[in-house]
Write a protein that binds this ligand. Structure first.
Ligand code: FAD
Ligand code: DLZ
Ligand code: SF4
Length: 507
């Protein structure tokens, strides 16, 4: 009898744990394109095309490697539309003694899989996903007993564990973190390299045709399509980043320039999150570049921190806090997501540009997500469920394990400060300092009140006032409340009136 080994669309690695111990002659590898996964939230067209193409390429590689792959395409007329349905069909077709799967990336699927053993009447083994560098059990042990956990301390443990940028027991250069050097505003004449591109091959073209018909009403542009869809191509993207962008990654990590969606970022989250890239390979490549190519330490350390620090920390929090984390709403925010998150039709140029780029690329870099798209949702009190749904739909790297803690924890402070020490709230001056968006905006970033004023300027204070009871005791917020208290009564009234007018129109 055979073992049925199910591989999900974000588990595209030949060393995935579900393949370990596989008997190539006997066992069946099941991969399936299912409608449920494309529509439980209506994913961006480019994200669906990317993942289906990467799945098809991976299945071909497995077949070449001698595996027996049962690959179900979306347009297979017997496709049931769900993993459960496809597993059942596979069990109906052949004699199977047990099912093996690697731990999925989303809680909703784990809950479903945990019922399969009973429902299908045979053993179901859910193996750990060892493509992450910190297991859920290790993270839990680290976090246990701490009222507040902080990424920085977790990150130091990971540096030591994997001996990355270490000089014995000490961090290379004497400091753990060089973030203070990583906030340079964009300057004119930056020579930003073009991003790595691949042209669609036959498999990708077929998938694109399918997506354009089946998911015509989903958000986002399908073309141009330039994502890597194989492991080799994903490693080329990494190599391209290391040789051409990493040196300036640190300096301009927080900078935003109109018409420059890719900046000096790595554009590897799509590939890391579907296991085409291995996180430790990315980290080692950057460490190696620091030692051999004189890459500045602030760049190498900053990039490494994103992967062994933030990425693993975020995942740890997800599994530690689910399922409750999806319902957190510290500020009781209840406003509907404004239409312009889909249409880009807003006079606020920062938001207009970030939505346009998201629609075109299924990508926006971190500061655009955090300080533009996220900041507006925080200041205006948009319902966390709607904000989460939007972020999960529109980015090609989005899976709930990484999207939810970033949105509910980092952006919306919906967990009351478990993940972040204070809300990342900002007025227009931050965006003006870190971007050139304000130059072409209908609003004036220097004006604090009145119809021409940048809305973020008064919404920032209004947010602080609305949530004073919940935030005032946070030691990192005290100074802002003292600044507010020194304002004249007229000024305070103008903030309230401008905000009321703006929020009234938003609703
Ligand atoms: P780079 O800036 O080049 O960073 C390198 C890598 O570090 C990334 O590929 C990513 O794997 C990792 N990384 C950096 N920051 C984070 C972080 N905060 N959380 C997890 N990993 C991180 N990232 C996702 O992968 N999927 C998401 O759905 C997602 N949603 C986000 C939503 C919001 C509101 C915010 C503020 C951040 C979100 N992030 C998400 C984190 C981050 O924005 C993206 O990982 C990054 O923009 C991906 O682009 P890049 O590969 O060019 O990253
Ligand atoms: C995102 C996605 C999409 C759009 N389609 C599929 C699919 O057809 N088949 C599949 O195996 N996986 C798909 N995925 C990825 C899954 O949603 C992902 O594996 C789960 O969310 C767990 O992280
Ligand atoms: Fe955004 Fe305000 Fe600048 Fe306009 S003026 S781009 S709304 S920060």
């Amino acid at each position: 009898m055979s073992v049925l080994r199910l591989i999900l669309g974000d588990q595209l690695s030949p060393s995935i744990s579900s393949l370990s111990g596989c008997n190539k002659a006997e066992d069946i590898i099941l991969m399936c394109e299912v409608l449920d996964e494309a529509t439980y939230v209506k994913h961006h067209k480019k994200k669906i095309a990317f993942l289906l193409s990467a799945m098809r390429h991976f299945a071909e590689d497995l077949k070449k490697d001698g595996y027996r792959v049962d690959y179900i395409t979306l347009d297979d007329c017997e496709n049931s539309g769900s993993f459960r349905g496809e597993v059942q069909r596979a069990l109906d077709k052949q004699a199977i003694e047990r099912i093996v799967v690697t731990h999925p990336g989303e809680y909703r699927l784990l809950s479903d899989m945990q019922t399969w053993q009973k429902d299908f009447g045979l053993p179901v083994e859910i193996r750990p996903d060892d493509h992450f560098l910190c297991s859920s059990a290790e993270f839990e042990a680290w976090a246990r007993g701490r009222k507040r956990i902080r990424m920085e301390y977790f990150y130091r443990e990971m540096r030591k564990k994997y001996s990355i940028l270490m000089d014995g027991e000490r961090p290379v250069g004497g400091q753990w973190n060089y973030d203070a050097d990583n906030r340079k505003p964009p300057k004119d004449g930056l020579d930003i390299p073009a991003p790595f591109v691949t042209e669609p091959d036959d498999i990708t073209q077929q998938v694109m045709n399918l997506v354009s018909v089946r998911f015509a009403n989903h958000f986002g542009d399908l073309e141009p399509f330039h994502f890597a869809v194989t492991r080799d191509q994903a490693y080329e993207v990494l190599e391209h980043f290391i040789s051409q962008r990493l040196a300036r990654f640190g300096d301009y990590q927080d900078a935003m320039i109109e018409g420059e969606p890719w900046m000096y970022h790595a554009h590897i989250s799509f590939y890391l999150n579907c296991s085409l890239l291995d996180p430790l390979d990315c980290v080692k490549a950057a460490e190696d570049a620091y030692h051999r190519m004189s890459i500045p330490l602030n760049a190498a350390e900053g990039f490494i921190r994103q992967i062994i620090g933030w990425r693993e920390y975020i995942r740890g929090i997800y599994w530690l806090k689910m399922p409750g984390y999806a319902h957190e709403n510290f500020f009781n925010a209840a406003r509907d997501l404004p239409d312009f998150y889909w249409t880009a039709q807003t006079k606020m140029n920062c938001l207009h540009q970030c939505v346009l780029e998201t629609r075109r690329n299924a990508y926006a870099h971190h500061i655009q997500r955090l300080m533009v798209l996220g900041n507006f949702a925080l200041l205006t009190g948009i319902d966390p469920k709607q904000v989460n749904e939007w972020f999960l739909m529109v980015y090609a790297d989005a899976y709930e394990w990484v999207e939810l803690p970033n949105v509910s924890g980092m952006v919306l402070f919906a967990d009351g400060g478990y993940l972040a020490s204070k809300p990342y709230a900002a007025g227009g001056s931050y965006i003006n300092k870190m971007s050139n968006y304000c130059e072409k905006c209908s609003y004036n970033v220097r004006k604090k009140n009145g119809p021409q004023a940048c809305p973020l300027n008064y919404l920032y204070w209004d947010f602080l006032v609305r949530h004073r009871l919940k935030l005032e005791d946070n030691h990192r917020m005290g100074m802002m409340y003292r600044t507010y208290d020194r304002m004249t009564e007229d000024k305070k009234q103008a903030i309230t009136e401008d905000s009321r007018r703006f929020l009234g129109r938003l609703s």
